[in-house]
Design a protein around this ligand. Structure first.
Ligand code: NAD
Ligand code: IPM
Ligand code: MN
Length: 354
């Protein structure tokens, strides 16, 4: 049997709730096949920090690196919790993993599933992927502040964009667009962020020469938010920087039926480090412990994980089970009966047992 070493980081809030359902579906999808997932659980996040003061130790990182892939729920406490101010779980844990494991492609597919109601009256077909750069931009923490707390405080965050970093993610996006519908949209803010914008635009132009069959267009990020709402069907692959990609993908989640459906992969395409799969959403402290969290995003991340590992058939079966569940969720009766986190996970897992 092929053994896949999977690091599981349930995290905080609804993280452990949705990861339990994702694992249930992973088990169902691989039962009886010749692939075995050998799982190691890592207790990381705000809860661990409050207990021990640790965010992500070097030992944790080394242990995680020794795995083939990572499944993560969500980390972070209640936004603004003063006890977590110095911890900075998001930077010290989540971003540290993305940076150290060189997850330069943050892959965020957005699809309006059949039968799925959304906020748009007439959305049409919506099926696009945001290729969000994952290791650079304003996220690198290259900045600082002086005269803190005085009326003359100066606070700077620098957006780091390297030719190397932009080129590799743009190339990935072209490859993906070529396998899909052959359309690539660069989203940036070149009218204001002229230095980074010029680099992104030149790289897209230069890499694009090698992909003559991919049609390229460009949108400023503010205009892109308009089209995501008025005409989301115009998009196939969007390539953009780390911060724009973060914002666009929450919007894309909302447009396609809710953040509880949005899956993602933090990919190291070279395979030098394990890739990490996680829902786009956070730890949702407002609904933690209530069984109201939709585990579909975490389960969709299992499909991305399986696909990344080359287990295409298993990945497709999970995707189909999600599609069928969503269709039935809304098709059978309106309004759909509200189901708990566990009920949704069970319903999707059961479809895989047939
Ligand atoms: P959030 O995504 O946790 O929540 C935003 C809203 O969406 C909330 O109303 C929440 O109830 C709802 N929601 C989220 N996931 C849902 C699901 N599966 N089903 C139903 N509803 C869902 O964003 P936030 O409130 O800005 O952040 C909360 C914490 O999570 C913060 O500490 C933040 O830093 C962290 N965070 C972590 C990750 C991650 O680990 N990848 C991602 C985003 C935010
Ligand atoms: C996400 C989250 C993270 C991000 C935060 C928690 C650091 O919002 O995965 O979208 O901004 O990338
Ligand atoms: Mn986000």
């Amino acid at each position: 049997a092929r053994v896949v070493k999977l690091a599981v980081i349930p995290g905080d809030g609804i993280g452990p709730e949705v990861i339990a359902e994702a694992e249930k579906v992973l088990d169902a999808a691989t039962a009886g096949s010749d692939v075995v997932f050998d799982k190691t659980r890592f207790s990381l996040g705000a809860a661990r920090y409050l207990e021990t003061g640790d965010t992500l130790t070097d030992e944790d990182l080394d242990a995680i690196k020794a795995h083939d892939a990572i499944l993560l729920g969500a980390v972070g406490g209640v936004p603004g919790d003063p006890r977590l101010r110095d911890a900075n779980i998001e930077r010290g844990l989540l971003l540290r993993l993305r940076f150290e494991l060189d997850h330069y492609v943050n892959l965020r597919p957005s699809k309006l599933y059949r039968g799925q109601p959304g906020p748009l009256a007439d959305p049409g077909e919506v099926d696009f992927v945001v290729v969000r750069e994952g290791t650079e931009g304003p996220y690198v923490g290259n900045g600082g502040s002086i005269r803190r707390g005085t009326p003359h405080e100066v606070a700077n965050e620098t957006s780091v964009n390297t030719a190397y970093g932009v080129e590799r993610v743009v190339r990935y996006a072209f490859e993906l667009a070529q396998r899909r519908r052959g359309r690539l949209t660069l989203v940036h803010k070149t009218n204001v962020l002229v230095n980074a914008g010029s680099l992104w635009q030149r790289v897209v132009h230069e890499v694009g020469i090698g992909y003559p069959e991919v049609a390229v267009d460009y949108l400023h990020v503010d205009a892109a938010t308009i089209f995501l709402v008025t005409n989301p069907g115009r998009f196939d692959v969007i390539v953009t920087d780390n911060l724009f990609g973060d914002i666009l993908t929450d919007l894309a989640g909302a447009v396609t039926g809710g953040i509880g459906l949005a899956a993602s992969g933090n990919i190291n395409p070279d395979g030098a480090f394990p890739s990490m799969f996680e829902p786009v959403h956070g730890s949702a402290p407002d609904i933690a412990g209530t069984q109201k969290a939709d585990p579909t995003a975490a389960i969709g991340s299992i499909a991305l994980l399986l696909d990344h590992l080359g287990l295409r058939e298993e990945a497709d079966r999970v995707t189909r089970a999600i599609e069928e569940d969503i269709d039935e969720r809304h098709g059978s009766s309106h309004p759909a009966p509200a189901r708990s986190t566990t009920e949704i996970g069970d319903a999707i897992a059961v479809r895989l047992q047939a």
